[in-house]
Write a protein that binds this ligand. Structure first.
Ligand SMILES: Nc1ncnc2c1ncn2[C@@H]1O[C@H](COP(=O)(O)OP(=O)(O)OP(=O)(O)O)[C@@H](O)[C@H]1O
Ligand SMILES: [Mg+2]
Length: 253
C-alpha cells in the first residue's frame, strides 16, 4: 500500500489524506467501544459491514437530496469522503425511548415518543460527550441559531429516510446519531451529513421479535455483533461480494 498521511485515528475509524485536496479516506476498523471506551473489543468483520452499510445509507440520502460527505467506496474497508469541518456535536434523533434517555427519565425502553425528539451532546471524550442545550451551543459558538435550524431539518430528513428504509425490512428505528460538517463553495457555507450511518450509530429492533440488531448487542453482551450487523445487511441486500467476512466462511444465500 502506498504511504499516505494519517490525519486522525479514532475509536472505530481512521482518516487518511485523500487523493485530491478536500477529500479524505475513511478506513473502518473492527474495533468496538462502549460506555465512553471503558468497554472495548475487536470484532472481526465489523468494519467491512459498516463500510458497506454507511455507503448504502449515504447513497440513499444522496438520492433523495440530503447532502452528505460520501463520494465512493474504494474497497472492503475504505471509502472516499469529502473533507469537512465537523461541528463538535452528536446530533441524536429519538423515535422511541431507549438508552440514556430512558434512564434519565425513568421511561420503559421501547416506549414511542410523542414525536421525534432531537438532542445534542458535545463531542468530548474526556467529558463523556455531555448533553448540551441549544443555548450552550449558540453561546459557545459551536453553531449559530440558523445552523441549528438547518441541522434539525437535516436530521429529520435523515430520520424519515432511515425509518422508512428500516420499516421496509421489518426493523424499527429506535434512535440514531449523526455528525454534521461544514463545507464551503467559495464564501458559501453548507452543512452536510458526515461520519457514518451504521448499526454502530443507530438502535435497530426487529419489528416482530424486538431482537436488537445494533451496537447494544455489544454493549449488553447479547450475542454476536457481526451476526446482528450481517442480518441488517442481508435484509437490505447489502453484503460484501469479495468473499467471506472474518475468518470463518459465511454462507450467503
Ligand atoms: N467528512 C469528514 N471530514 C472530516 N472529519 C470527519 C468526516 N467524517 C467524520 N469525521 C471525523 O472522523 C472521525 C472518525 O473516527 P471515529 O468515529 O473512530 O472517532 P471517535 O473515536 O468516535 O472519536 P470522535 O469522538 O472524534 O468521533 C471522527 O472524529 C469524525 O468526527
Ligand atoms: Mg465517532
Amino acid at each position: 500500500m502506498a504511504r499516505r498521511k494519517k490525519i486522525y485515528e479514532g475509536k472505530a475509524k481512521t482518516l487518511y489524506e485523500g487523493p485530491e485536496p478536500g477529500t479524505l479516506i475513511q478506513y473502518f476498523k473492527d474495533d468496538a467501544t462502549a460506555f465512553n471506551a471503558e468497554k472495548r473489543a475487536t470484532i472481526e468483520g465489523k468494519g467491512v459491514l459498516n463500510n458497506r452499510l454507511s455507503e448504502f445509507f449515504m447513497n440513499g440520502l444522496t438520492a433523495i437530496g440530503v447532502p452528505n460527505h460520501f463520494i465512493k467506496r474504494l474497497n472492503m474497508r475504505e471509502q472516499l469522503i469529502r473533507q469537512c469541518e465537523i461541528i463538535p456535536l452528536e446530533v441524536i434523533v429519538r423515535n422511541f425511548a431507549a438508552g440514556s434517555m430512558a434512564k434519565r427519565l425513568g421511561l420503559e425502553e421501547g416506549m414511542r415518543l410523542p414525536r421525534p425528539i432531537i438532542e445534542f451532546s458535545y463531542k468530548d471524550d474526556a467529558l463523556g460527550d455531555p448533553l448540551v442545550p441549544e443555548e450552550y451551543i449558540i453561546a459557545f459558538g459551536w453553531a449559530s441559531q440558523q445552523d441549528l435550524d438547518d441541522i434539525v431539518a437535516l436530521a429529520l430528513r435523515v430520520n424519515d429516510f432511515m425509518s422508512g428504509v428500516m420499516y421496509g425490512v421489518g426493523i424499527k428505528l429506535i434512535d440514531f446519531k449523526i455528525e454534521i460538517g461544514r463545507v464551503w463553495d467559495g464564501d458559501f457555507m453548507r452543512l452536510i451529513v458526515a461520519d457514518e450511518i451504521s448499526p454502530d450509530s443507530c438502535r435497530l429492533w426487529d419489528i416482530e421479535s424486538g431482537q436488537k440488531l445494533d451496537k447494544d448487542v455489544f454493549r449488553r453482551d447479547l450475542g454476536s455483533l457481526t451476526d446482528a450487523y450481517s442480518e441488517v445487511a442481508r435484509r437490505l441486500g447489502v453484503l460484501p461480494t469479495n468473499g467471506p467476512i472474518g475468518d470463518k466462511p459465511t454462507l450467503i444465500n
